[in-house]
Design a protein around this ligand. Structure first.
Ligand SMILES: [Zn+2]
Length: 104
């Protein structure tokens, strides 16, 4: 049986292990303790209905060019990708780019 529940402070050790083992690009879990604890507190408050974040707070890169990555704090890059080209954003620390799309 599966149970859906909010993550909480008791889940810290397991989530930190998951963040470290999965590596960058596979999870949005931060590998630093203060940020992960902050996220767990926000998660618990959110499930209690105590948090109503602005819509923009949901996005990790969209609309955040030049701002620090929520995970690793590197500045979010903005560039054009595809044909026809479209503005795209990604974190240089968390989202690896191939040589192909770096040259565009
Ligand atoms: Zn990042």
């Amino acid at each position: 049986m599966f149970v859906v529940r909010p993550a909480g402070p008791a889940d810290f050790d397991t989530l930190m292990e998951l963040a470290v083992l999965s590596g960058r690009g596979f999870t949005s879990l931060p590998e630093d303790e203060p940020t992960l604890r902050e996220r767990l507190e926000l998660s618990a408050a959110s499930f209690e209905g105590a948090v109503a974040p602005p819509e923009a707070e949901r996005f990790f890169v969209y609309g955040r060019g030049g701002k620090p990555c929520r995970r690793c704090r590197a500045p979010i890059e903005t560039y054009q990708l595809g044909d026809p080209p479209r503005w795209t954003r990604s974190c240089p620390g968390c989202q690896a780019r191939t040589e192909d799309n770096r040259s565009r």
